[in-house]
Design a protein around this ligand. Structure first.
Ligand code: SIN
Length: 294
C-alpha cells in the first residue's frame, strides 16, 4: 500500500500506524451516507478503532445528523457537565479557554466508562484550534490485550466518575476553584460502574483491555493500594508508542472512534490559546464477556 491508501468502493482508508487510526477520504459528510459508505466506515473503525476525516465543513446540526447514521445519540442517557450548542443538547462543547489550565480528557480514557452502558462511538469535530499543539492520541485496546497474559481475564475494574474531575483538579496549577470540585463531587460522586478488564468487541470479535489509568479506580475485590502496581503496568502498555497514533487536527477535521476499541488522550501543550471542539456520542451494543477458556 502506498500513500494512496486502500481504495474501497466508496472510501479510501489510509492507516496511520500498525494498529491504530486511519484517515478516510472520498466522502462528503454534509450529505447522508449511502449504505455502502456507512458500512465501509464501520469496517474501517472495526479495524483501526478510530478514523479521521479532513476538510469537512459541518454545522452542528450536520455533525449530529452524521452521528445519527450510526445509532441513537446521547440525549439524556448520561448526566453531563458539558453544554449543548445551538439548541442541540447532544452536540457538546469541549472547550478550553486561553486562560484556563484545566485540560479535559488529558489522560488515557474511553468516554463515559463509569456508566453501566458507556458511549459506543464519539464523534469529535474541530472548530477552533491553537496555532500548534492540541493533538489527540489514540491507543488500541486489542493491541494492549495482545501484549498481556490471559490471566487478566479473571479481573474486573471499577470505573469512577469523580476521577475525571480529580484528574483535572490535580493538574498542576489547575484553574478550577475548589468549589467547582466540591460541587462536581456532589453531583457525580456516586457514579461508578464495574466492567470486565478483558472483554470481547461485539463486531470485530477481538478481545480488548478495557482499562483507563484515571477512570479505573481499582480492580473489583482488590483495594486501591493492591491495584496500583498492576494499574501502573497496564498504563505503560496503553502508552506504548507502537500501540498508538497521534492525530494532528486542522479546522474542519473530524474524528470518530469506538470507545470499546480504543482509549484516547487530549494533549496538554497549548496553554495560552483557545481550543474548541464539538462532541457527539452515539449509543450502541456494549462489549461482550469473553468466551470461557479452559
Ligand atoms: C475527549 O476526551 O473526549 C476530548 C478529546 C479532545 O479534546 O481531543
Amino acid at each position: 500500500m502506498g500513500d494512496a491508501g486502500m481504495k474501497n468502493q466508496v472510501i479510501t482508508v489510509s492507516p496511520m500506524s500498525a494498529y491504530t487510526g486511519a484517515e478516510i477520504s472520498g466522502v462528503d459528510l454534509t450529505k447522508p451516507l449511502s449504505d455502502q459508505a456507512r458500512s465501509e466506515i464501520r469496517q474501517a473503525i472495526n479495524e483501526w478503532g478510530a478514523v479521521f476525516f479532513r476538510e469537512q465543513e459541518l454545522t452542528p446540526a450536520q455533525q449530529l445528523a452524521f452521528a445519527r447514521q450510526f445509532g441513537t445519540t446521547e440525549e439524556d442517557t448520561h448526566v453531563s457537565n458539558m453544554t449543548g450548542v445551538d439548541g442541540l443538547p447532544d452536540v457538546k462543547e469541549v472547550v478550553r479557554e486561553a486562560d484556563e489550565v484545566r485540560n479535559i480528557g488529558g489522560f488515557w480514557h474511553m468516554d463515559q466508562s463509569f456508566y453501566d452502558l458507556p458511549s459506543c462511538f464519539s464523534v469529535l469535530y474541530a472548530r477552533e484550534l491553537p496555532p500548534n499543539g492540541g493533538d489527540t492520541m489514540f491507543s488500541h485496546l486489542s493491541a494492549a490485550y495482545d501484549a498481556l497474559s490471559t490471566a487478566l481475564e479473571k479481573l474486573s475494574g471499577v470505573h469512577v466518575r469523580a476521577h475525571a474531575d480529580s484528574a483535572a483538579i490535580n493538574a498542576a496549577a489547575s484553574g478550577l476553584s475548589f468549589e467547582y470540585y466540591v460541587e462536581s463531587r456532589k453531583r457525580f460522586g456516586g457514579i461508578e460502574a464495574t466492567h470486565p478488564i478483558v472483554a470481547m468487541h461485539p463486531e470485530s470479535g477481538r478481545k480488548v483491555l478495557y482499562f483507563s489509568p484515571v477512570y479505573t479506580d481499582r480492580f473489583d475485590g482488590w483495594t486501591r493500594d493492591e491495584s496500583l502496581p498492576l494499574m501502573k503496568y497496564l498504563t505503560g502498555i496503553l502508552g506504548k508508542p507502537e500501540h498508538t497514533c497521534r492525530f494532528r487536527w486542522q479546522e474542519g477535521s473530524m474524528a470518530m472512534w469506538d470507545n470499546r476499541a480504543v482509549v484516547h488522550y487530549a494533549l496538554d501543550d497549548y496553554t495560552g490559546h483557545r481550543r474548541l471542539m464539538h462532541r457527539v456520542t452515539v449509543n450502541g451494543p456494549w462489549l461482550e464477556p469473553c468466551p470461557k477458556t479452559t
